[in-house]
Design a protein around this ligand. Sequence first.
Ligand code: THU
Length: 140
Amino acid sequence: MDYLKNDAGAEGYPAEKLYALADAARKNAYVPFSGFSVGAALLTAGGKVYTGVNVENSSYGATICAERTAFVKAISEGERAFTAIAVSAGDVQESLPCGICRQFMYEFAPDIKVITGTSADALAVRTLGELLPLGFKLEK
Ligand code: THU
């Protein structure tokens, strides 16, 4: 895992920029229960960015995380190739993807870079393989 300044999130796209988009997306999080706003910004292989936020529910288990929201938006628009995802919960804490999100991402992007931190100045860049070694995928 590297803490890098000015690291390229993917093919010349700065990690700081992707993180800033994730952080800006947080304003639309629906978090009446936890008050914990998370934003995600997902970079496609084609250079497009899809953002997502956590959307909570009165039936707590129906909550969807920011990362899966971003993926579902992109997948439903026909995207299938992804290079990086940034996740921000503001400066409260570094917010790493939960186990469900790791598995969800593994389906589409087992090698994706995951960018996290509490400030764009000091970002952690890990691969999904580091976060979820030996992930599960059905063989066709
Ligand atoms: N959450 C995310 O959006 N992403 C994560 O990876 C961790 C957790 C959300 C779910 C819930 O709305 C809130 O954070 C507190 O768990």
